[in-house]
Design a protein around this ligand. Structure first.
Ligand code: ADP
Ligand code: F6P
Length: 479
């Protein structure tokens, strides 16, 4: 078995659906923030990625993608249901997102979650060379840090939570809260999107485990577990290169023509997920149309909602509700050749997403709760001319950083309506000042800065981050 000095462990391998018979495959960037974020880093860093390759049954061997080795972890149909659709996405996901949907506590799912976490830990232990760094990602694999420490005490273990980590009142509802907390604290460094999450963990560690802790370190099991906020970001250089591509420029021009040259375009791009606040947003837009404060001859909305977790009950119900609401809005307010809203339930490639971002006058990112939300940052990166308005939920991690967005509480539909109107009529000079400030922030704090900060905090020496492009190189245009 070939071993690596850097191992990434995440639920999914970043693969497209076209694995050739000889195992050759290509990166699948999205949808989803995790693959988008790690793409930029692992493109140039020798590493092994341990993850589920999609589908069920034995995993076929996979060829390397450039310098990245792939170590697939197989799942059975029962495991897919109990671990991924069940415990990860019907228990932890809703609970970690403020319980905006009722978490399901099914006792049968726990054993499967544990079994699958152990399989990931064993796979990571196999491919990590002596003294390697193993970087475990997200809520699917919260038990892996501790399991891996038992198997391989020699390796350096990092854990990063891409989603919010909830306040103690919510976490305490989990029947398996002790095991989940202990599992995560098996890492040497536990990273979160926001400082509040590290504070929540310190409180819980004191309360549940009697551990001594502050917001940057917890003394547990005779070890110091460091914690902290490392807000994830995007590949700004890649976005800038996309912006300049003739295809993207032409596509944006065509979209603008198709949507209406004189109309203001509102755009939302989400996975079809109940945390993204799509229903609240549609209610606000529909009421603005009803009250005549927005007219279809002046404004059009584009809602991209890429299919996600389609076998999970709460996602199916959401899709049905959204599609019926979009039909109602178009039925009531649309005109022949002038729909009030374009609804696109499909994946897009990066270039087409960039063209959409270039076309949007107002980007509406209003999740009820979100770890970060990379779409908000992608929009900012796409506005090279400092035009456009970003309406951003206070409950997205990105709100901590993008203070010049039009921030809004998405639960307050009246407030959301007023904010949409403010963004629609804002003066160009105001928009330009806001956008320039946000662009400066994400340019400085891009995905390379994130990886560098995390990996340097993990190994102290800077060794792990040595393959990452430096800020200046990252900003130089790529061939
Ligand atoms: P999450 O991780 O919850 O999905 P993020 O906003 O952080 O949310 O990340 C979503 C990622 O998926 C972004 O990089 C975005 O560009 C991508 N994405 C969203 N919608 C689509 C789509 N329809 N097609 C392709 N990629 C998408
Ligand atoms: O962090 C959010 C997350 O769960 C990521 O792990 C993943 O990239 C994304 O959402 C998409 O989810 P899924 O892998 O369930 O399609």
């Amino acid at each position: 078995m070939r071993q690596s000095s850097l191992v990434v462990v995440a639920n999914r391998l970043p693969l497209d659906d076209n694995v050739a018979p000889d195992g050759a495959c290509e990166w699948r960037r999205s949808p989803g923030g995790l693959a988008s974020a790690l793409h930029a880093i692992l493109e140039s860093t020798p590493a092994t990625w341990v993850g589920w390759g999609g589908g069920v049954g034995p995993a076929p061997p996979l060829a390397d993608i450039g310098t990245l080795r792939l170590r697939p972890v197989p799942l059975t149909e029962d495991e897919l249901r109990g671990y991924y659709e069940g415990f990860a996405n019907s228990t932890l996901w809703p609970l970690y997102h403020d319980a905006v949907e009722q978490p399901v506590f099914d006792r049968g799912w726990w054993e499967t979650y544990r079994t699958v976490n152990r399989r990931f830990a064993e796979a990571a232990a196999e491919v990590a060379e002596p003294g390697a760094a193993v970087w475990i990602q997200d809520y699917h694999l919260q038990l892996v840090p501790q399991m891996l420490r038992e198997l391989r005490p020699d390796v350096l273990i990092g854990f990063f939570m891409h989603v919010p980590f909830p306040p103690p009142e919510l976490f305490m509802q989990l029947p398996r809260r002790l095991e989940l907390l202990r599992g995560m604290l098996g890492a040497d460094l536990v990273g979160f999107q926001r400082p509040q999450a590290a504070h929540n963990v310190a409180q819980l560690a004191g309360k549940l485990l009697g551990a001594k802790g502050a917001d940057d370190a917890i003394l547990f099991d005779g070890r110091v577990v460091r914690t902290g906020a490392f807000p994830v970001s995007i590949d700004v250089t890649e976005m800038e290169a996309l912006n300049a591509r003739p295809y993207v420029v032409n596509q944006a021009r065509q979209l603008r023509h198709d949507l209406g040259l004189h109309k203001k375009v509102l755009l939302s791009v989400d996975r079809l997920d109940y945390t993204k606040g799509i229903e609240h947003r549609l209610t606000a837009y529909s009421e603005l149309l009803r009250d005549g404060r927005v007219k279809v001859r002046d404004v059009v909305m584009v809602q991209v909602a890429v299919p996600s977790r389609e076998r999970v009950e709460s996602y199916r119900g959401l899709k049905d509700r959204i599609e019926s609401e979009v039909g109602r809005i178009n039925g009531e307010y649309g005109r022949v050749g002038q729909p009030a809203i374009h609804y696109l339930n499909q994946p897009f490639d990066r270039a087409d997403l960039a063209a959409l971002y270039q076309t949007a006058d107002v980007m509406v990112v209003t999740p009820l709760r979100d770890g970060m939300n990379l779409v908000a940052k992608e929009y900012v990166a796409a506005r090279a001319d400092d035009t456009g308005a970003l309406v951003l939920s206070e409950f997205a991690g990105a709100a901590n950083e993008l203070e010049d967005a039009f921030q809004v509480n998405p639960h307050d539909v009246d407030g959301l309506k007023e904010t949409l109107l403010r963004a629609l009529v804002a003066e160009p000079a105001d928009l330009s000042r806001r956008m320039a400030a946000m662009r400066a922030h994400i340019t400085e704090n891009d995905i390379h800065a994130w990886a560098r900060a995390y990996l340097t905090a993990l190994d102290h020496s800077g060794q792990l981050a040595r393959h990452l492009p430096r800020q200046r190189e990252a900003l130089a245009p790529r061939a």
